[in-house]
Ligand binder design. Structure first.
Ligand code: 5AD
Ligand code: SF4
Length: 440
């Protein structure tokens, strides 16, 4: 028997990339690869990249420079670039960094085994097609190996909304939803392997419209109710949603489906209607707030999360103030804010840019507000009892760490609790990034 080849995957960016990296590891597992955590040991290094902001995309090249040096001691090493930078830049990557052997876009991962064989033979391989075939179906392997209690499951990919700042419609392509039956199969398989919580993923997950069992189009709410019936699955989450696709049945499910966790990531990007319009967001501040009001009616304890861009072209101080006001009004438990980054090929790239120092300063002010709200919400958890899905051992002996229904990290001293157990925990202390509790 030949020794297995070793695969090192480095994942950047969103949760969908985390899911994709697992699928790529499975696909290459069929070619005799096992994963390693040490790039110097690897026969293949795959970088699963992110193109959403310039910084993320540029990081790829500096990292590639480091990986290239490993080829000196290890002539067998092949280097591949996957993900959204691969999709956006294609062959340009090999021109800029000739040490790269393989470039594969997110819609072509099922072709990795052939591509691997080609680069092993001494060639290079490039595939950034948007093929007709269903990559998920082709990637489907049913490994029986046990795994941690939480998992991602991609149900929808791509975006047709074309926000003026965003590369996703170009790198991930048009919106595609997977059929319900395949998602349910995959969910059952995950549960058999120890998974208790599934996060449904999609760039526009609430626009999900996959084929249902009866031949009709399903919806995200219907899919959640289908998953609700899967025995052994205890928790369902989904991300990322667009405000315009928060349908009545989805809002209602937050109040009636006990497996659906009280946490919603609903990016708004800006609190100024003028900027929202220029962003091509097709919702207003008022319509966004209305959605939140209705979700809070359905599920009063829901924890809101959001994304913001500051310094979008033409943003004035007054526009930015409107964003701060919105943040104060909603009070997010989590919020992710970014300085606008010019992305080649997107409509906003051509417009008058906000002064960089000004944008930096706005970002700091926004983040200060977000941090203070986050802290306040975390502190308000003290004295409350939450349910925690324990995921792994904590730093100290006898301690375990898990997530509450609100996605807060909670650690507690435990006895008789195993990975994958859900327990009621009373929160006794709020730390900066986690909560400490006692099992009740
Ligand atoms: N510049 C800065 N942030 C961006 N995002 C998307 N495109 C850009 C960009 N060009 C942010 C949005 C999105 C999140 C995933 O990344 O807030 O919701
Ligand atoms: Fe990008 Fe807008 Fe689509 Fe989200 S909804 S992926 S921000 S284009």
């Amino acid at each position: 028997m030949t020794a297995p080849k070793k695969l090192f995957i480095k994942t950047y960016g969103c949760q969908m990339n985390v899911y994709d990296s697992e699928r790529m590891a499975e696909a290459l597992g069929g070619q005799g690869y096992v994963e390693t955590n040490t790039p110097a040991d690897a026969d293949m290094i795959l970088m699963n990249t992110c193109h959403i902001r310039e910084k993320a995309a540029e990081k790829v090249y500096s990292e590639l420079g480091r990986f290239k040096a490993l080829k000196v001691d290890n002539p067998n090493l092949k280097i591949g670039v996957a993900g959204c930078v691969a999709q956006a830049e294609g062959a340009e990557i090999m021109r800029r960094q000739p040490a790269v052997d393989l470039v594969v876009g997110p819609q072509s991962y099922h072709r990795l085994p052939e591509m691997e064989a080609k680069v092993r033979g001494g060639g290079t391989a490039l595939d950034t097609d948007f093929p007709e075939e269903d990559k998920f179906e082709k990637l489907k392997s049913r490994p029986k190996a046990a795994r941690g209690p939480t998992a991602f499951l991609t149900v929808q990919e791509g975006c047709d909304k074309f926000c003026a700042f965003c590369v996703v419609p170009y790198t991930r392509g048009a919106e595609v939803s997977r059929p319900v039956s395949r998602i349910l199969d995959e969910a059952r398989n995950l549960v058999e392997r120890g998974v208790r919580e599934i996060t449904l993923l999609g760039q526009n997950v609430n626009a999900y419209h996959g084929l249902g069992a009866n031949g009709d189009e399903s919806t995200l709410a219907k899919l959640i109710w289908d998953l609700d019936k899967v025995d052994g699955l205890e928790r369902i989450r989904f991300t990322t949603s667009h405000p315009n696709d928060m349908t009545d049945e989805l809002i209602e499910a937050h109040g009636t489906c006990s497996k659906l966790m009280p946490y919603l990531h609903l990016p708004v990007q800006s609190g100024s209607d003028r900027i929202l319009k220029r962003m091509n967001r097709s919702h207003t501040v008022e319509s966004y707030l209305k959605v939140i009001e209705r979700i809070r009616e359905a599920r009063p304890d829901i924890l809101m999360s959001g994304d913001f861009i500051v310094g979008f072209p033409e943003e004035t101080e007054a526009d930015f103030q409107a964003t701060l006001d919105l943040v104060k009004e909603v009070k997010y438990g989590y919020a992710y804010s970014f300085k606008y980054s010019t992305r080649p090929g997107t409509p906003a790239a051509e417009r008058a840019q906000v002064d960089a120092a000004e944008a930096d300063e706005r970002l700091q002010r926004l983040q200060a507000q977000i941090t203070s709200d986050q802290r306040e919400i975390q502190e308000s958890m003290v004295g409350r009892t939450v349910s925690v899905l324990f995921e792994k051992a904590g730093r100290e002996p006898g301690q375990m760490i898990g997530k509450s229904e609100y996605l807060h990290a909670v650690h507690a001293d435990v006895t008789g609790i195993a990975k994958g157990d859900i327990a009621q925990v009373r929160i006794v202390e709020a730390k900066t990034n986690s909560l400490r509790g006692e099992v009740v």
